[in-house]
Ligand binder design. Structure first.
Ligand SMILES: Cc1ncc(COP(=O)(O)O)c(C=O)c1O
Length: 414
């Protein structure tokens, strides 16, 4: 019955029955193929949004579909009180890639951020059992995004997300972005862990400097705290490396991944160093759905594909090409003040709000995202081709030029 509803009827029904947490794009998505999404009218959209960095392999990848079909007829769920065949090999591979030892599986990025906060506190308690327990602080970086549950939200910077839900979790504090003095001043022996996105995604594709990351590592060692890299958006090949932190020869104690891990189904992983992982024991943490057989088997296929020779090189190549085209556009159009990012995690900073650009690009058949009011963010499938980039740039050029002149004339008339 519901499948027969037309777009207008669905919009009307949603407006009455959903908790109003989202502003949706005005399209009814019905199917996807490769790097493209199709709406109910058959209109095609080239997807530079990638389901918010989830659809790394694009839509309807034949190898993913094959695993999906096979496993869905075999075993969907069994609960974490039983063994199944796919958690262990997946954990082994993730740990090997991250240079770590053990994995806890959850369902979402937020859920493994929570797990990491708990792990840091559990580790500190185990190492320093004397009461009163004072080693509970978690540091996060200004401009960060780590999720919406109370713990993850407490480590998420924008006040507009946090303030309505205060009081939040005590003991979580922010240090200045790439600010070494602030990092050093706040990193005391009360700190159990520091959470860092090596490239801040929601914050507008902002890179954390190698110097800052190395200093965080040194201070973590000095104070026996956990260095936690949140690679939920920037990890698993997005930057053309398996993990963004690998740019800097860093050795985090915990690495968090989620979004693209199971090709569109919910799966997240907290990958931890042996000494830290041993702070948790049966009963201290858990989840009903995390690490199910279907998701883990899909994730093994995802890792197999992104680990193939040439795959990450392809991401780096297409990413570098894309970035060059954006930089060329910047030279032509002063409305672009900066181009940022690596691999296929790119952004342009505009001098004007970006919402209208997103809307016009959508009309022209391109999905892009705007974050931080005036940052256009691109998180396309990692299978993107140069021809997709060329097509987008051709569409963006007149939109941005028009926007710039519109703002100029508004200023003149103001
Ligand atoms: C860096 C980062 N951490 C955590 C999260 C939260 O992940 P999820 O929405 O899967 O809970 C996000 C989501 O955008 C993210 O980008």
């Amino acid at each position: 019955m519901t499948a027969m509803m037309n777009f207008e009827a669905i919009r009307e029904l949603e407006s009455r029955v959903l908790v109003p947490t989202y502003e949706r794009f005005p399209i009814l998505a019905v199917r996807g193929e490769g790097c493209c999404l199709f709406d109910d009218q058959g209109k095609k959209y080239v997807d530079f949004f990638g389901g918010l960095a989830v659809n790394s392999l694009g839509y309807a990848h034949p190898e993913i579909l094959k695993v999906l079909r096979d496993e869905s007829e075999t075993l969907l769920h069994v609960s974490n009180l039983f063994y199944h065949s796919y958690q262990a090999p997946l954990a082994e591979q993730l740990a090997r890639w991250a240079g770590l030892d053990r994995v806890f599986f959850g369902n979402s990025g937020t859920e493994v951020v929570e797990a990491a906060i708990k792990l840091a506190r559990a580790y500190a308690r185990k190492r320093y059992p004397t009461e009163p327990f004072e080693r509970y602080e978690i540091l996060a970086v200004q401009n960060s995004f780590h999720g919406r549950s109370l713990g993850a939200l407490s480590a998420t910077w924008p006040e507009k997300y946090r303030k309505p839900f205060a009081p939040l979790v005590p003991g979580i504090r922010f240090v200045g972005l790439n600010d070494l003095a602030s990092l050093e001043a706040n990193f005391t022996s009360r700190v159990a862990g520091i959470l860092i996105e090596p490239i801040q995604g929601e914050g507008g594709v902002v890179e954390i400097s190698g110097e800052f990351l190395k200093a965080a590592e040194t201070l973590s060692r000095k104070h026996d705290a956990l260095l936690i890299c949140d690679e939920i958006q920037c990890g698993l090949g997005r930057t053309g490396r398996l993990f963004a932190f690998q740019k800097f020869e860093l050795s985090p104690d915990v690495v968090l991944v989620a979004k693209p891990l199971a090709a569109g189904l919910p799966l997240a992983a907290m990958i931890a160093r042996e000494s830290a992982a041993q702070a948790l024991s049966p009963g201290l943490h858990g989840t009903t759905f995390g690490g199910g057989p279907l998701q883990c088997r899909l994730a093994l296929k995802v890792l197999e594909i992104i680990g193939r020779p040439g795959f990450l090189e392809g991401v780096r190549k297409t990413g570098a090409y894309f970035r060059r085209q954006l930089e060329k556009l910047q030279q032509e159009l002063p409305v672009i003040s900066e181009v940022r990012g690596e691999g296929l995690m790119l952004a342009v900073q505009l001098t004007v709000p970006g919402k209208a650009v997103v809307r016009q690009a959508l009309e022209a058949g391109f999905l892009i995202n705007c974050t931080q009011e005036n940052v256009l963010r691109f998180l396309p499938p990692l299978t993107l081709e140069q021809s997709h980039v060329d097509a987008l740039v051709e569409v963006l050029r007149p939109i941005l030029a028009g926007l710039a002149s519109q703002h100029k004339s508004q200023e003149v008339h103001a």
